[in-house]
Design a protein around this ligand. Structure first.
Ligand code: TYM
Length: 386
């Protein structure tokens, strides 16, 4: 039995990213590639420098094409089954950076269909409602409305279904079982679903009626979908989609990723300052049993979830993070101070985010696209014609 599990629907255990690179067949982002990115973007995002975005498929090809004057578009997504947490926000912040640096379109999929099919306790109506709720968090991050298309799968089901059909015909049930670990107890919507997640990887090619490269930023759990997309799409005459992939923001407790299903270990974008304080104060740390021992022996940032939050999201300045690390190891920085520092940073991020989220309620129409089908009106029209 492996010590960890990473699939689009389950992430658990202590994840060995080196092993994932081998098993998934993705490529690490090396210094040469970082140098190439920097040549184009002029600065390198801390997520890249710190190997938080650590792997890719064909990212170099995306840059080569861009340099040749064949620009790409971005595609990413969210499965709206509940409130958004900081783990989800991480790849979206990076996606925004990519949109700003390369000045490209973003297609953002809200997979209410997926969440309805895979989450036994979620109703169709609840999943659809979460699409519109989660859209506020996405808009709050400041994507360019002129270049961003946000859609719920339910709202765009006509286009998605028409194109998913062609994809689905090229995928067998046994491939689905092998790729996703689904078995005979899976409902038939789950078996079909991946073909819907593939469509946005060609949506711009469909609209522009020519092949357009697509780059998909996501955490590594989504890779199995796009591994399949890469198999199938060339058979339909499209490019393989490229990807750039990040590790998981961990749980505030020991092991695993930040997960919405264990509320006390995750920080949600709508948490109050009091919630944040409570959760961070209860977090698993690399500290000693008491202050005296901590001063004598120092702490261990390598296992500390508070340090990981500083490192991955909230202390992106290199000098500052080095300082936290060395003061912790040297016994000079106690957990209380380090936690308070993190609490303040998270709360100031959330304050701004929550303000932008409120404003986003008036911006939904600038971002969302949907197919408006009025079946009753269509029937009336038809009867009138007779
Ligand atoms: P979802 O809603 O599970 O996650 C949304 C995005 O967040 C990433 N993610 C995380 N990243 C860092 N740390 C974490 N703890 C963490 N948890 C989740 C996910 O990898 C994802 O990038 N099926 C998808 C929705 C989707 C999609 C896409 C995602 C549709 N098309 C294209 C990425 C790219 C889902 O349920 O994501």
């Amino acid at each position: 039995m492996p010590d960890f599990i990473v699939t689009p629907w389950e992430v658990s255990g202590e994840i060995d990213y080196e092993q994932i690179i081998k098993e998934f067949g993705i490529e690490p982002i090396d210094e040469k590639l970082l140098f190439y990115i920097k040549e184009i973007t002029k600065e390198i995002h801390p997520f890249l420098r710190r190997k938080i975005f650590f792997a890719h498929r064909d990212f170099k090809w995306i840059l080569d094409e861009y340099e040749k004057g064949n620009p790409f578009y971005l595609y990413t997504g969210r499965g709206p089954s509940g409130n958004v947490h900081l783990g989800h926000v991480m790849p979206w912040l990076f996606t925004k950076w990519l949109q700003d640096k390369f000045d490209v379109e973003l297609w953002f999929q809200l997979t209410d269909d997926e969440k309805f099919l895979f989450n036994q306790s979620l109703t169709y109506e609840e999943a659809y409602k979460y699409s519109y709720d989660n859209a506020l968090d996405i808009i709050a991050l400041g994507f360019d409305p002129k270049k961003t298309y946000l859609f719920s799968d339910i709202d765009l089901s006509g286009t998605l279904y028409r194109n998913a059909l062609k994809i689905a015909k090229k995928i067998t049930f046994s491939t689905i079982k092998a790729t996703f670990g689904l078995d005979n107890s899976a409902n038939i919507g789950q078996i079909f679903y991946t073909s819907i997640q593939t469509v946005p990887a060609i949506i711009k090619s469909i609209i522009d009626e020519k092949n357009v490269p697509c780059l998909i930023p996501h955490a590594v759990d989504q890779d199995p979908h796009f591994r399949l997309s890469r198999d199938v799409l060339p058979k339909l005459g499209y490019y393989k989609p490229a990807s750039i992939q990040c590790i998981f923001l961990p749980s505030l407790q020991q092991g695993g990723k930040m997960s919405a299903s264990i509320e006390t270990t995750a920080i949600f974008t709508q948490d109050s300052p009091k919630d944040v304080k409570k959760k961070v104060n209860n977090a698993f740390t690399g500290g000693q049993a008491n202050a005296k021992l901590q001063r004598e022996l120092g702490g261990d940032p390598s296992v500390c979830s508070v340090f990981k939050y500083h490192f991955m999201l909230f202390t992106l300045d290199d000098d500052e993070i080095r300082n936290i690390e060395s003061r912790c190891r040297g016994g000079d920085l106690l957990c209380g101070e380090c936690k308070n520092n993190l609490i303040q940073k998270i709360n100031s991020f959330l304050k701004k985010h929550q303000e932008e989220r409120e404003k986003a309620k008036d911006k939904l129409d600038s971002f969302l696209i949907k197919e408006k089908i009025d079946l009753k009106a269509m029937i009336r029209e038809k009867l009138k014609r007779l």
